[in-house]
Design a protein around this ligand. Structure first.
Ligand SMILES: Nc1ncnc2c1ncn2[C@@H]1O[C@H](COP(=O)(O)OP(=O)(O)OP(=O)(O)O)[C@@H](O)[C@H]1O
Length: 281
């Protein structure tokens, strides 16, 4: 099947700065694909190019099979949804009135508002003014607006970076539901837990280059040091993940000395440091 997003050797140079250095990746229908990288690594630049808000310098970028430069029209924007920092909500209007305005602007049936507010778990608050909402609720209204027209492909640039864990969870739940209903999702984050819990595949981006792309499980397997740490009554010991290690574990169990086993799998943050020498923050 043809990928929904196909990027080949993409570069972007700002006046005096190369922000993207020849990145290539593909995203297939139904995926939640994440760009994980620290500040300044090129995440927003990529999202802006893919959503046709910014022209790229060189390389081939196709979305829905069409080169992005040719996709710069209402038909393309009608098939994608975008959520960025910039909420663009009218603070003095209620949640419902904000969404109604967008429905009228884009010719979306008004009945869709109720549906979308249920999806983001805000149906009960729909008459509340946006200025009275918490940051987390506002972000859910922004998400509601981004999916009002039922986009096939949703772009989210750091969707939960300013949110507390509970509100982050609300957004994650809404995104999982959307994905289960068929929406393909491209998101950027610097939060390894967010990437791990949401994304089927992750690209590590650093300094405008992609350092690795894989599933979180495979990334961890590829970078595991093949050791196991054991907590015993005498203290901690590390054994190899082989027959000698298995024999040692069996012996400790037999003697009743084994208290806990730790797999020593690296976190995505550990792997990022291994690959780039940098932290995600
Ligand atoms: N308009 C611009 N003019 C010049 N340089 C820019 C411009 N926009 C971004 N850059 C630079 O390009 C690089 C990539 O920036 P980008 O915003 O894509 O990174 P990011 O990973 O999204 O970072 P953050 O998480 O902080 O938003 C950075 O070094 C940034 O300073």
């Amino acid at each position: 099947m043809q990928p929904i997003i196909q990027v080949n050797q993409l570069t972007k140079a700002y006046a005096n700065k190369k922000a993207l250095n020849g990145i290539s990746f593909q995203i297939h229908k139904g995926e939640i694909f994440g760009f994980l990288g620290p500040s300044g690594s090129g995440k927003t630049t990529t999202v802006k190019i893919l959503t046709s808000q910014l022209l790229h310098t060189s390389g081939d970028v196709r979305v829905f099979g069409n080169p992005i430069a040719q996709s710069r029209h209402a038909h393309y924007l009608g098939r994608i949804g975008i959520l960025t920092d910039n909420s663009g909500l009218y603070e003095r209007l209620s949640i419902y009135d904000n969404l109604e305005l967008f429905c009228k602007l884009y010719g979306i049936p008004i009945q869709r508002i109720e549906e979308v507010l249920t999806e983001v778990n805000l149906a009960a608050e729909q008459r509340t003014l946006v200025k009275q909402l918490s940051k987390g609720m506002k972000q859910r209204v922004t998400l509601a607006r981004a999916i009002l027209h039922k986009p096939e492909l949703l772009f989210l640039d750091e969707p939960t970076s300013a949110l507390d864990p509970v509100n982050r969870q609300h957004i994650h739940e809404a995104l999982r539901k959307l994905n289960e209903a068929g929406t393909t999702i491209f998101l950027t984050t610097h939060d390894m837990e967010e990437a791990e819990s949401l994304c089927g595949r992750i690209a590590f981006i650093n300094g405008g280059k992609i350092e690795a792309i894989d599933t979180p499980q495979q990334l961890r397997l590829n970078h595991s040091d093949n050791t196991i740490t054991l907590t015993t009554r005498q203290g901690r010991v590390t054994v190899e993940r082989d027959d000698s290690g298995a024999a040692r574990i069996a012996e400790l169990i037999r003697k009743g000395e084994l208290l806990a086993i730790h797999s020593n799998e690296p976190t995505l943050g550990d792997i990022f440091v291994q690959l780039t020498g940098r932290n995600l923050q």
